[in-house]
Design a protein around this ligand. Structure first.
Ligand SMILES: *[C@@H]1O[C@H](CO)[C@@H](O)[C@H](O)[C@H]1NC(C)=O
Ligand SMILES: *[C@@H]1O[C@H](CO)[C@@H](O)[C@H](O)[C@H]1NC(C)=O
Ligand SMILES: *[C@@H]1O[C@H](CO)[C@@H](O)[C@H](O)[C@H]1NC(C)=O
Ligand SMILES: *[C@@H]1O[C@H](CO)[C@@H](O)[C@H](O)[C@H]1NC(C)=O
Ligand SMILES: *[C@@H]1O[C@H](CO)[C@@H](O)[C@H](O)[C@H]1NC(C)=O
Length: 458
């Protein structure tokens, strides 16, 4: 199955040595976070951290292609236009502010450097001016210089786009935590189709993925930004993410929730929890699995690379109040097969096996239908929406109706809305934004586990 893997996921025959040999350092010198205990019934001790940064939710025009998708060549090309939202933070690089999209499915952090070359090709049409749609990039030289004797940084993608450049070192800061002299990739040539909001990508996955580089995909791994941060002792080896589903076109102040009076925001939080309301009784934990957990990838290592979990069950339930009252809340299917899924903030939809998703489509009233024009399943925008839950530990996290049937993603007639879960029997299976907007997700690299809690309705 190796041939089906993306450029970054082509299995190495020679397995790079682990870079994670150094034990987790105590966080004795870390800043004292806000004293908001979040000790749940299940006995977890996460606290809200002072090191949270708001993320801006950005909606993409249907034709634009999300950078995290471009990276991920192993998705079928027909799914290319499903990346209609992504999340942005302002990264402090040296003394400059660079907007980047946030991705938990890759590990490199890269950005363009001014002036960079944007190229176009004949297939863009004669006389087309190159337009990469990248925001302004890093200016001047990196304080830590260029790293000598490394192969160039090159990422190329199924849709023909690519970025290339080199590795250098600079201080990178997020929410008051600095990764000193961080290795990052600087791009000076690109063939790209962005929407002008970002100038690069922040990769939050494990060091292992950085080894899958170069022609042999076997470079020595390096510590990505988040790894450098926790190894310095500045934070515990934990980050967490809360995604809001409300639009926030670059307005950093967020929006007031009319029912709760709270500002709803998306956050990336370092070392603890983001400042959002969760249902404490729902905290659940599950281990993070190594690359081997997805057999189709062909890895022979159990090294951790991405945030792969195995939910305990997927459940489809009839909506309470549906026509035949004996069906109220009835479980349609409950699949307890342990399927490896990526937790991926870089994916708009969730991707699950047909055996799980087909009963969900059928449970819409009227049932969801495949639309060849959109290449995905759609249901009437006014359909009765079933309940769909992902069980992790003792808790079942239900996707909100607005995530299951996305009123903002319509077909050209305006009557059909996109279902937030899509079927694929080709791994990786993914729980993306359509799931993550319902929870706070804690990525605990130190304990090799993920924790989730349901967000209180916002
Ligand atoms: C940013 O840092 C560079 C290199 O250290 C320095 O030359 C420049 O003056 C700084 N700019 C600002 C606005 O501080
Ligand atoms: C960057 O480095 C190059 C080569 O070392 C040098 O010629 C150039 O003046 C530097 N640019 C800035 C803005 O410091
Ligand atoms: C940001 O949102 C707030 C609250 O909705 C609003 O008052 C403010 O004008 C917005 N700012 C910008 C720059 O759009
Ligand atoms: C549960 O899902 C798995 C994975 O797709 C599938 O192989 C299996 O047949 C499903 N089980 C049931 C009872 O539908
Ligand atoms: C849903 O909308 C369609 C038109 O888009 C309409 O014909 C139909 O009656 C509506 N169904 C319900 C249950 O409101």
């Amino acid at each position: 199955m190796k041939a089906s893997l993306s450029s970054i996921l082509i299995s190495a025959f020679w397995l790079a040595p682990a870079s994670t040999a150094s034990p987790l350092k105590g966080a004795s010198n870390r800043d004292t976070p806000g004293p908001l205990p979040a000790v749940s019934a299940a006995g977890f001790h996460d606290v809200v951290t002072a090191h949270s940064i708001p993320m801006r939710r950005q909606k993409l025009a249907p034709s634009a292609t999300h950078p995290a998708l471009q990276r991920r060549a192993n998705f079928p090309a027909r799914l290319r236009n499903v990346y209609d939202v992504y999340y942005i933070i302002d990264l402090e690089v040296g003394n400059q502010t660079i907007p980047v999209s946030v991705d938990t499915g890759s590990s490199d952090t890269w950005m363009v450097q001014e002036p960079y070359e944007c190229v176009s090709f004949w297939w863009d049409g004669p006389g087309t001016k190159p337009n990469c749609g990248l925001g302004s990039g890093f200016q001047g030289n990196l304080s830590g210089g260029i790293i000598p004797d490394l192969p160039p940084f090159v990422r190329s993608y199924v849709d023909g786009t690519f970025v290339s450049g080199f590795y250098g070192r600079e201080n990178v800061a997020i929410a008051g935590i600095t990764a000193h002299n961080q290795r990052l990739a600087i791009v000076n040539q690109a063939y790209w189709h962005g929407d002008g909001q970002t100038s690069g990508l922040l990769g939050l996955a494990y060091p292992y993925l950085t080894s899958l580089d170069g022609s042999d995909q076997n470079q020595p791994p390096y510590d990505p930004v988040f790894t450098t941060m926790w190894k310095s002792g500045a934070i515990d080896p934990v980050f967490s993410i809360a995604l809001s589903r409300s639009e926030d076109q670059g307005n950093r102040t967020g929006r007031e929730n009319p029912s709760s009076g709270k500002i709803e925001e998306s956050y990336l939080a370092l070392g603890g929890l983001p400042p959002v309301d969760v249902d404490e009784a729902t905290w659940a934990r599950t281990p993070i699995h190594g690359m081997m957990a997805v057999p189709q990838w062909g890895f022979e290592t159990d090294e951790k690379g991405m945030y792969i979990i195995k939910p305990d069950a997927f459940v489809v339930e009839k909506k309470a109040g549906s026509k035949s009252s004996e069906d109220d809340g009835a479980v349609v299917t409950r699949n307890t097969t342990q399927i490896p899924v990526l937790i991926d903030v870089g994916a708009t939809l969730s991707y699950l096996p047909k055996a799980i998703v087909n009963p969900l489509y059928a449970a819409f009233d009227p049932p969801a239908q495949y639309m060849s024009s959109g290449g995905l399943f759609y249901a009437a925008c006014n359909a009765t929406i079933p309940r769909f839950g992902v069980q992790i530990g003792e808790s079942t996290f239900y996707m909100a109706p607005e995530d299951l049937l996305r009123q903002t993603a319509r077909d050209p007639t305006g009557e059909w809305c996109r279902v937030g879960v899509t079927d694929t029997d080709t791994p990786p299976h993914v729980l993306g934004v359509s799931f993550l907007t319902n929870v706070v997700a804690v990525f605990d690299v130190g304990k090799s586990e993920m924790r989730f809690a349901a967000r209180n309705k916002y």
